[in-house]
Design a protein around this ligand. Structure first.
Ligand code: NAP
Ligand code: GDD
Length: 299
C-alpha cells in the first residue's frame, strides 16, 4: 500500500511543526501550507531538522482559491487544519480579522474538501477556550460552551461548521478540543514561553523584570508533542468524533511563574510586575479537562 499523504495547514506554528515531524516518522508524505510573509518563518521546521523533508505550498486562509489549489496539487488523504489567529489577547484588538481567519477560514477548507474529494479526512483545531467562563469545575465533551473572547467565538463557529459538514455531507471531520499545550517551540507571546524566556534573560543579566497580566488564571497545561499524536489518532478511528485532550490538572499563572523562577534559583516576587497592559477585557479564569473519552477510545 502506498504511503499516506497529509496537508498541515499552519505548518509554521508550534503544533504544525511537531505534527509534521510525527507524520514524517510514520512514513507520510507531508505537505505544509504557509502564508507568504516578508520574512520567511520556517525556524520551527529547521529546529526539528525537517525543513527539507516537507513540501511547502503557499496559501492563505482568507483566500479560498489558494486553498483549493493546494488541495488539488497535493491530493491528500488527511488534512490537519491548525492555522489560526491563535492569540486570544490579539483577538480583542482584531476581532473582525480573527473571525475571518479563525472562523470562516475553516469553512473555506471544508468547502474545498466537499468539492474536490469528500473522502479526505479533516481535523479541526478546536480549543478549551470554547468553555470560556463556564461554571463547571471540569470540562468534557458534553459541557456547555460559553466563549469569552472574539477568538473563542470564531473557534465556536469553526467547531460547529465542522460538525455540520460531518452530519450534512458525511465528511470524516473531527474536533480535537485541546486544552493549552506548550513546548520550547511555543510562540513567545504566550504566557509560558514569555515567562521562561524572561527567566533566561534575567539569569543572563539581560533583563531584570517581567510584566504580566492576570496571575490568578488557571490553565490545564500539557505538552505539545504528545497532543499532536492525539490529533492523528482521531483520524485513524472507524468513525469521526470529537475529543477533549487534557491533563486533568489546573495550575495558576502565578504557580507557573513561581516554579520557573525557582528552577533558576530566583524568587519570582523580586522580578514579576503586574501591568494593566496585559490584562484582557475579559479572561477565562479556570480550565481543567476531563480526558476520559479520549483515554477510552483513543487509548
Ligand atoms: P500557532 O503557533 O499560533 O500557529 C498558528 C499557525 O497558523 C501558524 O502557522 C500561522 O502562520 C498560521 N496562520 C495564521 N494566519 C494564517 C492565515 N491567514 N493563513 C494561513 N495560515 C495562517 O498556534 P499553535 O499553538 O500551533 O496552535 C495550532 C492550532 O490549535 C491553532 O488553530 C490554535 O488556535 C489551536 N489551539 C492551540 C492550543 C494551544 O494551547 N497551543 C490549544 C487549543 C487549540 P505564521 O507562522 O505565518 O504566523
Ligand atoms: N499571553 C499572556 N501574556 N498571558 C498572560 C499574561 C501575559 O503577560 N499574564 C497573564 N496571562 C494569562 C492570560 O490572561 C490567560 O489567562 C493565561 O495567562 C494564558 O494565556 P496564554 O498563554 O496567552 O494562553 P490562552 O489560554 O489565552 O490561549 C492559549 O490556549 C488556548 C487553549 O485554551 C492559545 O494557545 C489559544 O490559541 C488556545 O486555544
Amino acid at each position: 500500500m502506498p504511503n499516506k499523504s497529509a496537508i498541515i495547514i499552519g505548518i509554521t506554528g508550534q503544533d504544525g511543526a511537531y505534527l509534521a515531524k510525527f507524520l514524517l516518522d510514520k512514513g507520510y508524505e507531508v505537505f505544509g501550507i504557509f502564508r507568504r510573509l516578508s520574512t520567511p518563518n520556517f525556524w520551527r521546521l529547521q529546529y526539528l531538522g525537517i525543513f527539507d523533508r516537507v513540501n511547502l505550498i503557499p496559501a492563505d486562509l482568507i483566500d479560498g482559491t489558494s486553498l483549493v489549489e493546494a488541495i488539488k496539487i497535493s491530493e491528500p488523504d488527511e488534512i490537519y487544519h491548525l492555522a489560526a489567529q491563535s492569540f486570544v489577547g490579539a483577538s480583542f484588538e482584531q476581532p473582525v480579522g480573527t473571525g475571518e481567519i479563525t472562523g470562516l477560514g475553516t469553512t473555506r477548507i471544508l468547502e474545498a474538501i466537499r468539492h474536490i474529494n469528500p473522502k479526505i479526512k479533516f481535523y479541526q483545531a478546536s480549543t478549551s477556550e470554547l468553555y470560556g467562563n463556564n461554571k463547571s469545575g471540569i470540562q468534557n465533551e458534553d459541557t456547555p460552551f460559553r466563549p469569552a473572547s472574539p477568538y473563542a467565538a470564531a473557534k465556536l463557529y469553526g467547531y460547529w461548521i465542522t460538525k455540520i459538514y460531518r452530519e450534512s455531507y458525511g465528511i470524516f471531520a473531527c474536533n480535537g478540543i485541546l486544552f493549552n499545550h506548550e513546548s520550547p517551540l511555543r510562540g513567545l507571546e504566550f504566557v509560558t514561553r514569555k515567562i521562561s524566556n524572561a527567566v533566561a534573560k534575567i539569569v543572563l543579566g539581560m533583563e531584570s523584570s517581567i510584566e504580566l497580566g492576570n496571575l490568578e488564571a488557571k490553565r490545564d497545561w500539557g505538552y505539545a508533542p504528545e497532543y499532536v499524536e492525539a490529533m492523528w489518532l482521531m483520524l485513524q478511528q472507524d468513525e469521526p468524533d470529537d475529543y477533549v485532550i487534557a491533563t486533568n490538572e489546573a495550575h495558576s499563572v502565578k504557580e507557573f511563574a513561581q516554579k520557573a523562577f525557582e528552577i533558576a534559583g530566583l524568587n519570582w516576587k523580586n522580578h514579576v510586575k503586574v501591568s494593566q497592559k496585559f490584562l484582557r477585557p475579559l479572561d477565562v479564569n479556570f480550565l481543567r479537562g476531563d480526558y476520559s473519552k479520549a483515554k477510552e477510545k483513543l487509548g
